[in-house]
Design a protein around this ligand. Sequence first.
Ligand SMILES: C[S@@+](CC[C@H](N)C(=O)[O-])C[C@H]1O[C@@H](n2cnc3c(N)ncnc32)[C@H](O)[C@@H]1O
Length: 271
Amino acid sequence: MVVKDIIRKALADIEASGKNIPNPMGEIYILLEHITSKDKLFLSLNKDFEINEEEFFTLLNKRLNDTPMAYIIGKKYFRNIVLKTDERALIPRFCTEELIDIVNSFIKDNDSVLDMCTGTGAIALAIKEENTKVDVTCSDISEDALNLAKENAELNNLSINFILSDLFENISETYDILISNPPYISSEEYMGLERDIFKEPKLALVGGDLGYEYYEKIIRQAREKIKRMVFFEIGYDQGNIVKDILEKNNYKDIKIYKDLEGFDRFVSACI
Ligand SMILES: C[S@@+](CC[C@H](N)C(=O)[O-])C[C@H]1O[C@@H](n2cnc3c(N)ncnc32)[C@H](O)[C@@H]1O
């Protein structure tokens, strides 16, 4: 089947499925690019280019079965790096890229940085790629996620350290800076999320009954292991809650930052 017929049938299949795919044409092109290794410009100028339709519709059906696009094509761009993505870890979100800008404005050469709850390794690897003199360590409780982070370090030719650990349990060194995007969704909120989120590890998303339990633990324990600053990604409604937790634990210079959509999304504080 050629490109124009694939597009026509794919749009009809998406419509018939009743799924909420906000940008169907964009997703069709992503799948076409993935299976042909041709770019969108080529495909849109060569609508009679022959496509393996079985391969295409197998992938489209996965998408219509709520598999996120990043798991289907197996990669996600994050800052200047490309990350391998699969069911072992949460797909890095676009807004998390903004956290790297905030950290970059405070980081110093030769700092040691701990990225706790690393998942694919997105934060740790972006920090290392943009601050080559910094010594970066990442940790996660999930062996699967940590293995994926190791693969991503190799793919991007970046040298960082890995620790399998339940929060600070196996963290024996001290670090100048802690960065963490821990699970922060409440159990109740989780149940109302879009269906494709359920393909991502629940362990990466649910922070407990209230959602902010990880911040309480990390902020309390970080006082013993972190020497200068902590940075967190937070839920849009957690700014004041996390600020209170930081204040109760005697952190200084607490700042809340908004994301590009105008929601409270990041927090920094000094020890
Ligand atoms: C929201 S994901 C963040 C992934 C990545 N940092 C990012 O920004 O895309 C949270 C991660 O925390 C990990 N995690 C959950 N509980 C943990 C714990 N007790 N100790 C360490 N990591 C944990 C999960 O395995 C998951 O990889």
